[in-house]
Structure formats: C-alpha cells, structure tokens
Design a protein around this ligand. Structure first.
Ligand code: NDP
Length: 437
C-alpha cells in the first residue's frame, strides 16, 4: 500500500528513496511506541501538526515523549484565538504589573491585555509597544472614566496602592466594567462594603486577586485537609514575612497602605488558612512588636504574631513581619502526618512537603508538581466567570471577610485581649464558583 502511494508521486528517485526510508522509520517508531503502550499511531507521527484535509483543528494534541511511567505534564496549553478572549485594562504599572501580571498574560488562554492606565504616559507608551496595546487605549487617572467607551475592555485589573483600590473599583463599575482587584481589597471594612455595593448596583463581577487559591499545590493541600487524608487537623502554623527597604515607599505610609506587614503579607496566612479549612475564625488574638526608632516604621507596624481560633477548636498560629529575611511557609499538623508548603506564597518555586510514618521509617517527601503560572490561572478564572456569568471563587465578600478579621486583629493588639468574631455555621460561606482547573 505504502509502496503504491509512493510510486504515484512524481519525485526524483533519491527523494522517493529518502521519503520511503523516513516513512519506514516512522512506522517502526509507531510500532515500538504501541508496544510500549503509548497512545500514538503512524498517522500522528506522519502528521504531527494535526492538519487534516478539513483544515486546522480546534485543539492540538501531540504524542507524549516520555514513557507512561514518567511524571504527567498535563494537557497542552489550548489558548483561545485573540478575538475571542476577554479584554483587560491594567491599572498601575508598578512592580507587580510589570514583573508578574503583564508577562503572565502570555500564559493565559482566555484573557488578553487591551488597555493600560498609568500616571506616567512615557512608561505606558513603552509598555503598550511591548504588549501590543493600541496607543488609543492608554488612559491616566484623570481620564480613566472614558474607558466606558472602550468596547475592548471587559475587566479592569487594579494594581494600585491599597488606598486607591476602592476608588478605582467604584469608577470601573460605574464605567460598566468588571473588576479584578489586588489584595488587600481596601484599607477598611467600610471601603470593601462600598466596592461590593458598587459592583452589585452595576451588575458587574468583583474578584479579589488571591492567586494562591488558584495554585495547584495549595489546592492539593486543601484536598488533604478537607478529606482528612492523614486524619483530623490539630494545628496550623503559617509565616509570611519579608525585609522591606526604602522607608519612603507607599507601603510604609499608613494613609496609602492602610497598615504594615499585616494587610500586605500577613493576609496570606489568614486567607490561605481560611481557604484550607473553609471555616471562619470565632476568636482572634494578636500582638504587635515594632521598633519605632527604625525609620521604616514611623507609621505602620512591623512584626505581628496572631492566633486564629476556629469553631471546632482548631487553632492556627501566624506570623508576619517587614524586618526579617523573607520566609513564606505554612505547615498543617494532622493526626498521622504533617504537611505543608515552603515556600507557600512566593510567585514561583512553590514546594510541598509531607512527613508520615511507614513501618520502621519516617517518610519525608517533597513532591514536585509540574509548575503552573498562578497569575494566569487566576486571570483566566475571572474571564470564565465573566463569560459564563458566574461568581468568582474569591469574590469581594472574601476580601471583606479578611478585612473584618484584620480590623479585629488590630483591635486585639491595641487592647491586648482576644476579640470575638461573628459565628458562622457551615463552610466556604463567602465563595463563588470553583475554578475549572
Ligand atoms: P508599586 O509601588 O510597585 O506600583 C504601584 C503603581 O501604582 C505605581 O507604579 C504607579 O503606577 C501607581 N500609582 C498611582 N498612584 C501612586 C502613588 N501615589 N504612589 C505609588 N504608586 C502609585 O506597587 P506593587 O505593584 O508592588 O503593588 C500594587 C498592588 O498590588 C498593591 O495593592 C499590592 O498589595 C498588590 N500586590 C499583590 C501581590 C500579589 O502577589 N498578589 C504582590 C505585590 C503587590 P504608574 O506609574 O503606572 O501610575
């Protein structure tokens, strides 16, 4: 059969010979592959681009390179065509936007950058060229409201200093845009409530960018906690701290940041523990230690140690700081194992660990998953919610609940006493739809 096909081709003898030999090699490879249990066939090997007489296919697949016994890589990325994707305006072109968020759109499958908002036009022009954004779609903080006339913008992603989150969420909702807002949601509970109301009134989605809750390692730990894989959880310890520099930056200005290490990085301990167990603390207790002679801490707190008590009696001990070497980890202590992440809250290189007894050994494992871009997963979840009219997994109500707990922690530290919180029955009370991935 193959001979006759080749015979019909009018090719020079040498090329026909080469093609015949190559085809034989491919067919042999297919035979070996099928003997090894691969899901592949000769036509895939001959036609690796998945083209067909019918034209391009919707989804590309490739035969696996490794044996089935090797670590799975997951499906190939399956990005949507650009014209179908949800469009984002990025507001505030600082560290997070330029170092993490904008590059992560390259890993998004359902989302694209369609506008930029910045107080620095020259910077915005450069970034617009880098990411293919039209010059017409660059705004500043004064003319921002005219974004309502830009049909290419579905979602506004707010990456501004904390004190500006409420104002720009409300302005975005009034402009008819959905909002993805960085953490902490705002500086006060009252601001969070105004943001939720503005988005409800405008019938727009509001999601808080809690990237850790879209990250596969942390999601795996949550499963181990919820399914009691190693028995009941008895205690959790979490730390997220870093050594901050320039005393003049907005993070160290109370009016701009709302607080110090607690709302900036301590919030990860708080909302990750709430994510893992799904319950709301009924009591909190905090102690703050700040060296006010340090020029960085004239206005905001440095070290915060805090305890969260949950309805079943489980206690979590948390620590945050702006003056120790960066450390971002948590550990869950269960009846038959301890497990957790270190680092847990970093942008990359997240590492799970677990330890349990087996016969005469104590096993300590550090499973390494195929890395996924947590920003891209989070942004694509927002796009899913916009497209299918679902409430995001981390909606405004989640950010509000964290802010209520943070305010209770400040009260506790000020008055040096435990503070009781409203009791809730049930789990995951403030969450929206579970992410697809
Ligand atoms: P940066 O200071 O690096 O950037 C903030 C940007 O906001 C500036 O570059 C500027 O952009 C704009 N801006 C507008 N007004 C002001 C002002 N008065 N002072 C300073 N900047 C202003 O901050 P980050 O990017 O680190 O943080 C931004 C937000 O993202 C914060 O809410 C922070 O908590 C959050 N964040 C979240 C992280 C996460 O992992 N989810 C990690 C880091 C931060 P322009 O020049 O374009 O106007």
């Amino acid at each position: 059969m193959l001979h006759s096909i080749l015979d019909t081709l009018e090719l020079p003898v040498e090329r026909r010979h080469f093609l015949f030999r190559s085809t034989q090699t491919l067919l042999s490879a297919a035979l070996i592959a099928s003997m090894a249990g691969y899901e592949t066939n000769a036509s895939e090997l001959l036609n690796p681009q998945n083209t067909s007489a019918a034209g391009p296919v919707d989804k590309i697949s490739l035969p696996p390179l490794e044996a089935q016994t090797e670590q799975k890589k997951g499906p190939l990325p399956n990005p949507e065509p650009m014209e179908k994707r949800i469009g984002y305006a990025i507001v505030g072109l600082g560290h997070l936007a330029l170092e993490q968020v904008l590059p992560s759109f390259g890993a998004c499958e359902k989302s694209k950058i369609t506008a930029l908002v910045s107080g620095n036009r020259d910077k915005a022009l450069t970034v617009a060229k880098q990411y293919g954004v039209s010059e017409k779609s660059i705004y500043d903080y004064q003319n921002f409201d005219s974004i309502k006339n830009n049909p290419d913008v579905d979602v506004v992603y707010i990456i501004l200093p904390n004190c500006m989150h409420a104002e720009f969420t409300i302005r975005s909702a009034k402009a008819g845009k959905h909002v993805l807002c960085e953490k902490p949601m705002a500086n006060t509970v009252a601001e969070c409530e105004q943001m939720i109301k503005a988005c409800e009134d405008a019938k727009r989605k509001l999601m808080i960018a809690y990237r850790i809750q879209y990250e596969p390692n942390n999601t795996e730990i949550k499963k181990m906690v919820r399914e009691e894989t190693y028995g009941k959880v008895k205690s959790i310890v979490a730390v997220n701290g870093q050594n901050i520099g320039d005393p003049s930056q907005w993070r160290l200005n109370k009016k701009l940041a709302g607080g110090g290490s607690l709302p900036d990085v301590g919030i990860y301990c708080l909302n990750t523990i709430r994510f893992l167990i799904g319950e709301e603390p009924v009591e909190v207790y905090a102690q703050i230690t700040t060296d006010t002679a340090d020029p960085r801490f004239k206005e905001v707190e440095d070290v915060v140690n805090f305890q969260l008590t949950f309805p079943g009696g489980l206690r979590a001990m948390c620590g945050t700081s702006y003056s120790h070497h960066q450390s971002r980890n948590y550990r869950v202590y269960a009846e038959r194992a301890f497990f957790g992440m270190d680092p847990a809250f970093a942008y990359g290189g997240l590492q799970m660990h677990r330890s349990f007894a087996q016969d005469e050994s104590e096993i300590y494992e550090t499973p390494k998953r195929t890395a996924k871009n947590q920003f891209a997963l989070e942004i694509d979840h927002m796009s899913d919610c916009v497209r299918t009219d679902k409430k995001p997994f981390t909606p405004g109500e989640e950010g509000l609940q964290d802010m209520k707990i943070i305010e209770a922690l400040y009260l506790s530290a000020r008055e040096n006493r435990p503070v009781q919180l409203k009791k809730y029955e049930g789990k995951d009370l403030f969450r929206g739809s579970t992410p697809e991935k």
